[in-house]
Write a protein that binds this ligand. Structure first.
Ligand SMILES: [Zn+2]
Ligand SMILES: [Zn+2]
Length: 278
């Protein structure tokens, strides 16, 4: 297991763990690189004051831990910037406020509420497909803006729509938009995240899954990273080994991580040795 670049602490509305506990867990697992990426959502009613405090605490505590402990694991501070185009002024202010190593860009809504809060068991199929159409268009607009490093969980709604509600969704309906997203990610040098949280949730696949990863690769995409999206210490690193194996099957040779928002790579083959580089 090489790295885990998407994690949350109690400075996220849905997280509980303290930053020192998280850092200790990352070190104990033998990860080479670990990023703390608390939520900074531009939807959901969070005020600028709330977000400045939350992200200031998250990044500040991570940096304080890093400065006061010698760790083999490189601890990286970041944030998950959610639905940035819904409040571009605040999003850009948040980008300028703290010395991030990495910024993850994500979309959690179709412009209404976070899929996390929805119940999709009885929604008419047409409404569901329309919601997902809007979701992927929002991702496309976000990557065209592109002021972040990593595109998070491309197929996030499927966690709830397919995994929890058991609905069938034909992703071919959105292939043109998804291809546009991939092409824009590639042109801008952004990194595609393979979010392995789905492996421990009811959907039982990574976000995005193998077919979309093959499509990204076929279009020329080579920059990928892995994240567990852990909100509890026990989930840190879970599924990362499986994610590494999946990426190698598709043909990827490196994993990306960021330091001071500069792209770095580590060969995936390093993990085949059964131990991480010191
Ligand atoms: Zn997210
Ligand atoms: Zn997350």
């Amino acid at each position: 297991m090489l790295l885990d670049c998407h994690n949350h602490s109690r400075h996220s509305f849905d997280g509980k763990e303290t930053v020192p506990d998280i850092c200790q867990t990352a070190e104990a697992l033998g990860l080479s690189y670990f990023a703390l990426t608390d939520h900074c959502d531009m939807v959901g009613g969070f005020t600028g004051e709330f977000l400045r405090k939350a992200i200031g605490s998250s990044t500040g505590e991570l940096i304080a831990y890093r400065e006061s402990h010698q760790t083999r694991c490189q601890l990286l501070c970041g944030m998950e910037l959610g639905d940035p185009l819904d409040n571009l002024t605040l999003a850009e202010e948040m980008l300028s406020l703290y010395p991030y190593d990495v910024v993850i860009g994500s979309v959690h809504t179709d412009g209404q509420e976070d899929y996390y809060f929805g119940d999709y068991r009885t929604m008419p199929q047409a409404a569901l497909e329309k919601s997902l159409d809007e979701y992927f268009k929002r991702i496309l607009r976000m990557v065209e803006w592109g002021k972040f490093d990593v595109l998070a969980h491309l197929t996030y709604p499927l966690r709830y729509v397919v995994g929890d509600a058991g609905r069938k969704i034909d992703l071919a309906l959105y292939q043109d938009t998804i291809d546009n997203i991939f092409q824009t990610v590639i042109e801008k040098g952004l990194v595609l995240e393979v979010n392995v949280s789905g492996l421990r949730q009811s959907i039982k696949e990574t976000l995005p899954g193998k077919e979309l990863l093959k499509r990204y690769y076929a279009l020329g995409g080579r920059l990928v990273t892995l994240g567990s999206d852990a909100h509890r210490c026990e989930d840190i690193g879970v599924g990362i080994d499986e994610g590494e194996k999946l990426l190698q099957e598709v043909g990827f040779t490196d994993l990306c991580w960021f330091s001071e928002r500069k792209l770095r790579k580590i060969p995936l083959s390093t993990s085949l040795l059964g131990k991480n580089p010191v």
